[in-house]
Design a protein around this ligand. Structure first.
Ligand SMILES: Nc1nc2c(c(=O)[nH]1)N[C@H]1C(S)=C(S)[C@@H](COP(=O)(O)OP(=O)(O)OC[C@H]3O[C@@H](n4cnc5c(N)ncnc54)[C@H](O)[C@@H]3O)O[C@H]1N2
Ligand code: MOO
Length: 408
């Protein structure tokens, strides 16, 4: 009897790292917005101070803070108005003790000033005099030269995955393009005699393909490119042909279904028969997802995801992070949040267990409820906000435990 020789996640990490050594994503230069979700292939330092000049963060009067000390509603400080700073222009105005200058939000602070009093805290008199009704501290209501970014400061390390805020910051530094790794090119195959496409005639016994859609969308979300998709019957020859075709254009082929031990589960044999090294792992110690296959043919990684739609997507999320790290990125960290378990969650030791959860917001904290269901019920993931990991040596988690929720 053939049994899965399951590998732990740590072992899988090592194996994927060594399998990925000779896989190169290449490099390319892309326009800034095209850089969204892409991975930097070099570190980036700021070519300039940001901001490049001291700026006001409010509409008001630039002053010397010391001139306002002790000022209040009943005893205002009296300052001489020396004029107005125009937005977007360099100013030559300089203030001395007892003087102030009007400055708009974002405008350049005049030489000699160190803070700004908000317009609503002053009274503008007719004769160029300003009564200041509130004291300010040095630096108050200002953004000083280099306070956001210092010239030559390393802002992003090689391997960083670019987010909208990063692209805005790069634009602010004057960059029009970025150098990134090439996209991970992925082929997505769903196997099963029972599968039909959405919209096709559905006779009893047939099932509509979900995995092509959930997995392809996840690849796009992670910044990869879905080069090809296919539904393939449980036929080893047809699957081998499709794998060979995808090998020529893809760094990674994800095959869902046919990963188990059934008579028509042919993914492992198909991968093994088209080239070396073939399948290296069959079975990982996770729940759901035990029958996962990891292999490689030529320079293409081949992953056999379990067919159950929840298992396929959970295993994808776990493995893609490891694969991206192995290929030079910093990994695709899932967003997390903290919460307290509302009930006990049992678990069988021996496998890392991913439990779908929903978060209820209490006044004080996140209250975390498991979403019950089976790995063939994808609605379980749609109803969930994320999953909680239970380590393989634990028999479960007790009600009240503080947990990390991996959001999706
Ligand atoms: N004797 C054993 N049987 C099974 C074991 C085992 O250890 N011993 N493991 C079970 C576990 S756990 C899983 S997970 C599944 C994995 O099965 P396969 O990867 O071989 O997948 P299939 O048998 O092809 O399909 C399973 C299930 O999922 C549905 N499916 C498949 N592809 C899709 C798709 N693209 N869209 C929607 N639904 C899909 C399929 O119709 C089946 O219902 O094996 C257990 N069995
Ligand atoms: O492990 Mo299967 O992937 O539970 O349903």
């Amino acid at each position: 009897m053939e049994l899965f020789k399951t590998k732990s996640i740590n072992e899988v990490q090592e194996i994927l790292r060594s399998l990925s050594l000779d896989i190169s994503l290449g490099y390319e230069e892309v326009a800034l917005v095209e850089g969204l979700h892409r991975i930097l292939c070099n570190s980036i330092e700021s070519p300039r101070d940001i901001p490049e000049f001291n700026r006001s963060t409010v509409d008001g009067y630039a002053v010397k803070a010391a001139d306002t000390h002790g000022a209040n509603e009943s005893i205002p400080a009296m300052l001489k108005n020396m004029g107005e700073i125009e937005m977007g222009t360099n100013t030559s105005i300089e203030i001395n003790t007892g003087e102030c200058v009007y400055v708009p939000t974002g405008g350049m602070m005049p030489e000699g000033s160190d803070s700004v009093v908000m317009i609503e805290c002053v009274e503008e008199m007719d004769n160029d005099l300003i009564l200041v009704h509130q004291s300010v501290a040095a630096g108050e209501n200002t953004l000083l030269k280099g306070e956001d970014m210092k010239k030559r400061e390393v802002i992003f390390d090689k391997g960083h995955r670019l987010r909208p805020q990063d692209l805005g910051l790069l634009a602010g530094m004057g960059f029009k393009s970025v150098h990134v790794y090439g996209k991970l090119k992925v082929g997505v195959i769903s196997t099963g005699d029972e599968l039909v496409q959405p919209g096709d005639e559905l006779s009893l016994g047939k099932v509509i393909d979900m995995n092509t859609y959930s997995i392809s969308a996840a690849v796009l979300e992670d910044g990869g490119e879905v080069v090809d998709t296919a539904i393939v019957p449980d036929d080893i020859e047809i699957l081998k042909d499709k794998l060979r075709i995808m090998m020529s254009t893809c760094h990674l082929v994800l095959v869902s279904g046919g990963s188990s031990m059934g008579h028509r589960d042919v993914t492992k044999d198909a991968i093994n028969s088209i080239g070396d090294p073939g399948v290296v792992v069959h079975g990982i110690s996770v729940k759901p997802g035990k029958p996962t296959i990891i292999g490689k043919v030529g320079e293409t990684l081949m992953i056999g995801l379990p067919g159950q739609p929840v298992s396929a997507l959970v295993v994808y999320k776990i493995l893609i992070n490891i694969i991206m790290k192995a290929l030079g990125g910093s990994g695709l960290k899932m967003s997390t949040t903290k919460g307290k378990l509302a009930v006990n969650i049992p678990s069988a030791p021996g496998r890392e267990h991913y439990v779908m959860v929903r978060i209820d917001k209490d006044e004080a904290e996140n209250v975390v409820h498991p979403v019950h269901g089976k790995s063939g019920m994808l609605s379980m993931m749609s109803k969930a906000d994320g999953f909680v990991k239970i380590e393989s040596n634990k028999e479960g988690l007790n009600k009240g435990t503080d947990v990390t929720i991996y959001l999706f």
